[in-house]
Design a binder for this molecule. Sequence first.
Ligand SMILES: Cc1cc2nc3c(=O)[nH]c(=O)nc-3n(C[C@H](O)[C@H](O)[C@H](O)COP(=O)(O)OP(=O)(O)OC[C@H]3O[C@@H](n4cnc5c(N)ncnc54)[C@H](O)[C@@H]3O)c2cc1C
Length: 421
Amino acid sequence: MPDSDVADLKIVIAGAGFAGLTALAKLGKRRGLHVTLVDRNSYSMFQPLLYQVATAGLTSADVAYPAWTAVHKAGAHFCKGEITGIDVAARRLLVAGGPPVPYDYLILATGVSAAFFGVDGAAEHSFSLYTRRDAITLRNHLIAALEERSVAGDARDLAVTVVGGGATGVELAGTVAELRNIALPTAFPEIDPGRVKVRLIEAGPALLAPFRPALRDYASRELARRGVEVRLGTTISRVEPGKVIIGGDDGRPLDSDITVWAAGVAAPAWIGELGLPAGRGGRVLTGPDLLVEGQDRIFAAGDIALVDGQPLPQLAQPAIQQGRHAAAQILRLAAGQPARPLRYRDKGIMATIGHRSAVVELAFRVRVRGTLAWLAWLALHLITLLGGRNRISALVNLSWRYLTWSRGGGVIVGDDPGDDA
Ligand SMILES: Cc1cc2nc3c(=O)[nH]c(=O)nc-3n(C[C@H](O)[C@H](O)[C@H](O)COP(=O)(O)OP(=O)(O)OC[C@H]3O[C@@H](n4cnc5c(N)ncnc54)[C@H](O)[C@@H]3O)c2cc1C
């Protein structure tokens, strides 16, 4: 569409994740458009590598991309602030402690957080893995627990429970087990690795549900080879400090010094207060064109959007394609054309279990596992990671980890979770 077709419009993108930044790139530098990106942080976080931050393989700066770099490239504006609501009638996005941000069109792309499914104590006594702060907090607890046990005479077990057998749970459990198997004997020789237990609990009958059975079985075998205790078909009824209770209220307690909740996603509470139509997990319901149901100026894209008739997985590719689509529909509406439905192009799925072990499933029945899949996984993640400096530092830090952790290297510690959300 020629730039001259675009009317003088204020467009606000809420959220600098995959969906928001893709929309920004699509709308950037068009005459007549005034685009504002709003995020609570001044950086965009690359969630797929957060588990490496949580297991001390990467620094959080390796996976954080400055939002203003993307904003500058797009000729847009950046507003840093916590979004608290939308004044739909006045077309304004409400931001804590700052003036409302007016819009003609809004793209809501604020992502999701953990779904605790009403499990008692889960929110209070388990760790999540969605933000930079989550990852550093988990890593610091893990390292502190090891340090405590390395003190002479402290022979307590350390039990780590990961809840949820999706990609995040598998990646995290596999890497914590590798940390124990490979790095621990040199970094903390006082600790008997046999006393560090890693457990993965999944309510369903299999790990990595979206993958073919052969790849799921491979993932289970690889976890077992790393010494992860996998419990399938197991539900958690309560989480308490130092333990999880499985199998109903009168269920059995299992020691768990560190419990990580990686089972399911839901919209954060403030989304529920917006008055927008919500579906499963409180996610915002949209039509096939990504316009929020009942709205003609608010789009939703990425994890927060529940698209009518297209239950897409909460992954980077759907978020990227939805962000681009929402931006394109705004341009169409501005030019007096109707919005079109999203046509999702499935590019496949992948997950890693640990060093030189991953599963990849692509179109045309292409299925790969093992070292080749792991190299493909690594290459894709480094390419998708935003920022040249980030790619180089992530490559250096991961290479350092895998080359040196048997000699006690490759364990990054030291930074503080800070106040960021
Ligand atoms: C640990 C983990 C591992 C993953 N691994 C993979 C993987 O290997 N492959 C894959 O394809 N996908 C993976 N995913 C999923 C993928 O990261 C998400 O699907 C994707 O990030 C969704 O993009 P989004 O733009 O919808 O939201 P996000 O990327 O979550 O971005 C949302 C943005 O909104 C901002 N925000 C939220 N609330 C507010 C507020 N109130 N005020 C201001 N700003 C706000 C946030 O700061 C954030 O910048 C993983 C996710 C996690 C958590």
